[in-house]
Write a protein of this length. Sequence first.
Length: 255
Amino acid sequence: MAKKEDDENIGKVKTRRMGLFIILLLIVMITAGCLFAPTFNIVSVTAEDGLFVTSGEILEKANIKIGENIFRINDSKIKKAVQSLAYVKKAQIYRALPNRIILKVEERQPYAIVKYLESYAVTDKFGYVLEINQENTLKDLPIIYGINPEECIAGKKLTGISMLKYENSAYIIETAEKIGFQYHFSEINYDDSTNVKLYIKEKDIDVIYGEIFIDTIEEKLGHLKSILLQLGDKKGKIDMSNEDYLARTVFTERK
């Protein structure tokens, strides 16, 4: 009786092994068919134009060859190449079987202009330099002064003190939006870290802000907001650089 049970168990094991072998063989055959069948040779590679990068730039960086097998292209290499374009934050590859490749990208958005020497560096919200121009073509973006020129390299992120200045400037802009500040800072001058200056173009108002401390930005901008409401259409300079700015803010009217 025991021998019969053993024979049955051995038979079951052999059957399972044979089943696994057949499955593995089918996987190998399907894989080989996908990798070498002409049906899966690429016949088209397409990409859509973005706001700041063209389909031609994307396709040139991707460098996917027509006739190459759709499963044998190196996704990570292609993504890395496309993402080397400064405006491309993320690249995606889609396979439209059996033989078409579609490329899509997520773009970085211009957030501010860093002015240095005779150039204008376009940056995104996180301090990534998107491009450098001799003229400022994005007039609606705030201009930040005081960033180290050596840090402004297209396709690279600001670092060190320059990044700290940029982050503080961005925090001022974001906080102003958060509290419903009704005007835009067209310029943030960070040449002197202890005495930052702001300019509000709509009001023709210079603001001597002083040193930036993250924990006081919201309160200080709220104070500035109330002062601007009191001033109405007056133009001039607001000095709120004193540590006791709530009591010792000074306005000088421009004649």
